[in-house]
Design a protein around this ligand. Structure first.
Ligand SMILES: Nc1ncnc2c1ncn2[C@@H]1O[C@H](COP(=O)(O)OP(=O)(O)OP(=O)(O)O)[C@@H](O)[C@H]1O
Length: 365
C-alpha cells in the first residue's frame, strides 16, 4: 500500500514491542504512550537505526526493512526524514547549506541544491535566516531550518519525534502552526511522537496509543481523546477515567461502586469519563443533588494554568481505581481546605458531568 506499512517485533529482556502500524499516504498519525511504552523503539526501527527481530517496513510499497528476506536499507537510503527534539544542524554550515546538504548528497548541483533549499526555507518561514549559522538561531528558528532540511529530501515518510519538546512555551504554538501548514500543503505521510494531546489534536488525523509495546487504542484523534478507553489516554487528554461495566444507572466498578451517570451499555465493558474541573473536593462527605462521592487521599498538588490540579490516591484498603483521579481547584480553595499530600478527602462529581462509553478490552489500562 502507499504510505507506511510496518509490522515490527523487538524483544528485549523485560520489554517486547509488537505492533502493526499503517499510515495512509498523506495521513498524519500521532503516537502517544507512557514512558517506556516503545515509541522511540518504533521510530528507531522505521528510521533504520534498529533492526527488529522480526518485521517488515514499507513506504509507498518500497521495502525498507524485511527480516524474512534480509533487506535492511541504511538510514540515508530509506527516504525517511526525521525532525527530532533538537535541530541537530551542522554547526559550521549556514542554514542554507544545512538544508542544501540533502539534495547535494543525492547528486544535485550546487545551484540547484541551493534553489531547493531556498524554496523549503521560505516554506517554513525561515528565508531570512538563510545565511546564519546555527549558533545565531533561536531554538524555534533552528527547528524551522531542521524541518526545511527534512522536507528538502522529499521523504516518503516524515518522522516527528517530540519536535516541540525543547522549545520555549512561546515558540511551541508558532512552530506547531508552521508544521501544520507545511504538512497540509505538502501532503506528507507523517508519524508524530508526542506527549502533548494538543500536538495530536492540532496535527494528527489519527492517534495510536502504545502501552507496554502494544497498540491499545487506534482511532481518529478527536474520538480517541474525547472518548478515551485507557487511563493513560484519559490522563494525557486531561480527563478522569474509571473502568468497569455498564449499568442502567451509569457504571459499576469491579469492587461494586456505582459511578452514577446517564445509562451505560448494560453488562458490557465501559468507561466513565469526567473532567477534573467538574470534580469538587471536600474534607467531609458532601450532601446534595445526585452526585458521586469517592473517598481518597491527596497524592500531589500540581500547578495547572490558573488552577491547582489535585491528584488523588486510593485510601488504605479502598478501591485502587481512585488513584490518579484529578480535580482542578482554585488556589484559594486549596488553601481553605488546607490540602496537602496525605490529606483525607472526598471527591464529588455530579452524575450529569459523567459520560459512560463502551470500552474495548484495553479498558483496564
Ligand atoms: N538500548 C536499549 N537496550 C535495552 N533496553 C532498552 C534500550 N532502549 C530502550 N530500552 C527499553 O525498552 C523499552 C521501551 O523504550 P522506549 O525508549 O522505546 O520507550 P518510549 O515510549 O520512547 O519512552 P519515553 O517516552 O520515555 O521516551 C523500555 O523498557 C526501555 O527501558
Amino acid at each position: 500500500m502507499s504510505g507506511l506499512s510496518a509490522r515490527v517485533r523487538v524483544a528485549r529482556d523485560r520489554f517486547t514491542l509488537d505492533v502493526a502500524v499503517e499510515v495512509a499516504a498523506g495521513e498524519v498519525v500521532a503516537v502517544l504512550g507512557p514512558n517506556g511504552s516503545g515509541k522511540s523503539t518504533l521510530l528507531d526501527v522505521l528510521a533504520g537505526l534498529l533492526l527488529p527481530d522480526h518485521g517488515r517496513v514499507t513506504v509507498d510499497d518500497r521495502v525498507l526493512t524485511d527480516t524474512a528476506t534480509g533487506v535492511r536499507l541504511p538510514p540515508a537510503r530509506r527516504g525517511v526524514g526525521l525532525l527530532a527534539q533538537d535541530a541537530l544542524l551542522f554547526p559550521h554550515l549556514t542554514a542554507l547549506a544545512n538544508v542544501a546538504f540533502g539534495p547535494r548528497a543525492t547528486g544535485a548541483r550546487r545551484g540547484r541544491a541551493d534553489e531547493v533549499a531556498r524554496h523549503w526555507l521560505a516554506e517554513v518561514g525561515a528565508a531570512e535566516f538563510a545565511d546564519r549559522k546555527p549558533a545565531a538561531l533561536s531554538g524555534g528558528q533552528a527547528q524551522r531550518v531542521a524541518l526545511a532540511r527534512a522536507l528538502a529530501a522529499e521523504p516518503g515518510l516524515l518522522l516527528l519525534d517530540e519536535p516541540f519538546a525543547a522549545l520555549d512555551v512561546d515558540a511551541t504554538p508558532v512552530l506547531r502552526g508552521v508544521v501544520r501548514r507545511v504538512l497540509a500543503a505538502t501532503g506528507r505521510t507523517a508519524l508524530l511522537v508526542t506527549h502533548d494531546p494538543l500536538d495530536a489534536l492540532a496535527l494528527a488525523d489519527r492517534v495510536l496509543v502504545l502501552t507496554d509495546g502494544r497498540v491499545v487504542e487506534d482511532g481518529p484523534t478527536r474520538a480517541v481523546l474525547s472518548r478515551p478507553r485507557t487511563a493513560f489516554t484519559a490522563r494525557v487528554a486531561g480527563l478522569n477515567l474509571v473502568s468497569g461495566t455498564g449499568d442502567p444507572a451509569g457504571l459499576r466498578t469491579p469492587d461494586g461502586t456505582l459511578v452514577a451517570a446517564a445509562a451505560g451499555p448494560p453488562g458490557e465493558p465501559a468507561v466513565a469519563v469526567f473532567r477534573p474541573a467538574d470534580v469538587a473536593v471536600y474534607t467531609s462527605p458532601a450532601q446534595g443533588s445526585p452526585r458521586n462521592v469517592f473517598a481518597a487521599v491527596v497524592a500531589a498538588l500540581e500547578p495547572h494554568g490558573d488552577t491547582v490540579r489535585v491528584r488523588a490516591a486510593a485510601t488504605p484498603g479502598g478501591p485502587a481505581w481512585v488513584t490518579g483521579l484529578a480535580a482542578d481547584l482554585t488556589p484559594a480553595a486549596v488553601a481553605d481546605l488546607a490540602l496537602e499530600p496525605g490529606t483525607p478527602v472526598h471527591l464529588s462529581v455530579k452524575a450529569a458531568a459523567v459520560a459512560v462509553h463502551p470500552a474495548g478490552t484495553a479498558a483496564a489500562g
